[in-house]
Design a protein around this ligand. Structure first.
Ligand SMILES: Nc1ncnc2c1ncn2[C@@H]1O[C@H](COP(=O)(O)OP(=O)(O)O)[C@@H](O)[C@H]1O
Ligand SMILES: CC(=O)N[C@@H](CCC(=O)OP(=O)(O)O)C(=O)O
Length: 259
């Protein structure tokens, strides 16, 4: 039987709020077994860009990343957010290491091809160094991964954090039973975005198509669900979308994604 690994992705709207981040870290550090944390930080990057007078442009949930924006996201994701999370985990005796996709050649990507838009320094994932992750996990070290990748020729890229989480989950599924959790500020995929009690408890391939047609799944939820199904199609055992409470309390209402 394969050993279980929990991969938990936490969105930027949560890490921006210190009390919520602390609650999450408390729960995550108590999670039994092997684990990996993937974090976003989009909201913090947007705030810093605004302070520096740099306009933020998002297309289909992805940030157009010019050279100045790449500097900002490297500071925010690879620096402030990543190191704050690692320090908070260490304070709870969770032996974490912060990594970008360049560290250990963890995630190699290629510039997103120009179709309707040129996203600039945005990378699509090509390869994940699963052996490096296994090495860390085998030593009970918890990787904390941010939304930065590289092309192995010296160029950093910005990559959606939901994609980082699903690509990591896919890559280690040969060696481990992987359970992927997408934590964000709502209780799950909602039928009515203004009603936090309207959680859709299960979404499968058929109901997914219907929810897309009805436009119930929109904005940031589009890449998230694409990544959920992509993970399940590549041997990831379980995929959930919900609040931070779902990782500590299995009874918490959430959305379970199935094929
Ligand atoms: N059906 C839906 N249920 C929940 N959220 C939805 C739905 N459709 C669109 N959304 C939007 O998607 C957002 C989550 O996407 P995003 O901000 O990219 O998440 P994250 O912070 O985890 O990266 C929610 O805050 C919400 O505004
Ligand atoms: C290419 C691209 O869009 N990258 C994302 C990476 C961060 C992210 O995904 O953060 P959240 O999970 O907080 O949304 C961005 O810069 O916003």
């Amino acid at each position: 039987m394969q050993e279980k690994v929990s991969i938990v992705k936490i969105g930027g709207n949560l890490i921006e709020n210190e009390a919520v981040l602390d609650e999450f870290i408390e729960g995550f550090s108590k999670l039994e077994g092997l684990k990996i944390l993937v974090h976003g930080g989009g909201k913090l990057a947007t705030q810093l860009a605004e302070k520096l007078g740099i306009e933020t442009k998002m297309v289909d949930g992805r940030r157009i990343t010019d050279a100045e924006t790449l500097k900002i996201i490297t500071k925010v994701y690879g620096g402030y957010a990543n190191k704050t999370i690692v320090a908070k985990l260490q304070a709870r005796n969770c032996n974490a290491i912060g990594l970008s996709g360049a560290d250990l050649n963890l995630i190699r990507s290629v510039k997103r091809p120009v179709k309707t838009h040129d996203f600039g320094f945005v990378g699509d994932v090509e390869a994940v160094n699963a052996a490096a992750l296994k090495l860390l996990l085998d030593h009970q070290i918890t990787p904390v991964c941010c939304a930065i990748t590289h092309d192995k020729e010296g160029q950093l890229f910005n990559t959606n954090a939901d994609t980082i989480a699903s690509e990591i989950a896919k890559a280690i599924s040969k060696d481990f039973e992987t359970h992927l959790y997408y934590c964000f500020e709502k209780n799950g995929v909602l039928r009515d975005i203004n009603d936090d009690t309207s959680v859709i408890e299960e979404i499968d391939t058929n109901s997914y198509q219907k929810l897309l047609e009805e436009k119930i799944i929109a904005d940031g939820m589009l890449p998230k669900l694409f990544n959920c199904f992509n993970a399940l199609e590549h041997e990831v055992a379980k995929v959930y979308i919900g609040s931070i409470k779902m990782i500590t309390d299995p009874q918490t209402k959430k959305t379970t994604i199935t094929l």
